[in-house]
Design a binder for this molecule. Structure first.
Ligand code: DX5
Ligand code: ZN
Length: 218
């Protein structure tokens, strides 16, 4: 099953609930929530209050992408705020296994993400314990960047690993995905598509969401 996870970062924050609801009511089953701390990435975005405010109003999967250093400090708080999937970066902690354990200890799904410069090989031993792997197709930190097509090789390797091992983790891709390249992303093995500016910018959130769903549902 393929899912669209619109990245809230590109929404109009003055109209946040309505923007998110427009995506969810037109086929998006998830919302991708980017949390940045100004240290792991050179940008600051949103945190607990935003997640807590949206949670009771929206019936969808809250796909929280942590771009913060030492995420182990905050797993419990994000769990309590309403995250369903908590994804952290392989580059952000000394103990990846412990963070996965903390997320599962909160009965949430655990995702692990790699920056463009990080090889999949370095996270291979964690794959049996993960619910999702997030392949960054831009450098994390900002929306609206250009898609890096070479990163799809990582998705293909993960798909092959799944086929060989029988594991069932989801493969998510994030950054620069639009109507023109999403087919290629899906064909590489990705089943959770993050899209920010191409869903929320330009005014027609419902139409953009439907256009994505028409492609990825096939
Ligand atoms: C970048 C974020 C992305 C970003 C995607 O660090 O992780 O989720 O918001 O935005 P677009 O789709 O505009 O590249
Ligand atoms: Zn993201």
């Amino acid at each position: 099953m393929n899912y669209l996870s619109p990245s809230v970062l590109a929404a109009d924050f003055g109209n946040l609930y309505a923007d998110c609801a427009a995506a969810v009511s037109n086929g998006a089953r998830c919302l991708h929530i980017d949390v940045m701390d100004g240290v792991f990435v050179p940008n600051i975005s949103m945190g607990f209050p935003v997640i807590e405010s949206l949670r009771p109003r929206l019936d969808c999967v809250f796909d929280v992408h942590l771009m913060i250093t030492e995420p182990e400090r905050y797993i419990e708080r994000f769990s309590e705020s309403g995250a369903d999937i908590i994804t952290f970066h392989a580059e952000s902690t000394k103990d990846i296994g412990a963070v996965i354990g903390l997320i599962h200890g909160c009965s949430k799904k655990a995702g692990l993400s790699v920056k463009p410069g990080t090889d999949i090989k370095s996270i291979e031993k964690y794959l049996p314990y993960l619910d999702m792997v997030l392949v960054m197709t831009v450098e994390p930190g900002f929306g609206g960047q250009k898609f890096m097509p070479d990163m799809l090789d990582k998705a293909r390797r993960l798909r092959q690993y799944k086929a060989e091992s029988g594991l069932t983790f989801d493969i998510e891709a994030d950054g620069g995905i639009n109507i023109g390249n999403v087919r290629r992303v899906i064909d590489a093995g990705v089943n959770v598509v993050v899209a920010g500016s191409s869903v929320f910018s330009g005014g027609d959130i419902a139409g953009n969401t439907k256009a994505f769903m028409d492609i990825i549902a096939k």
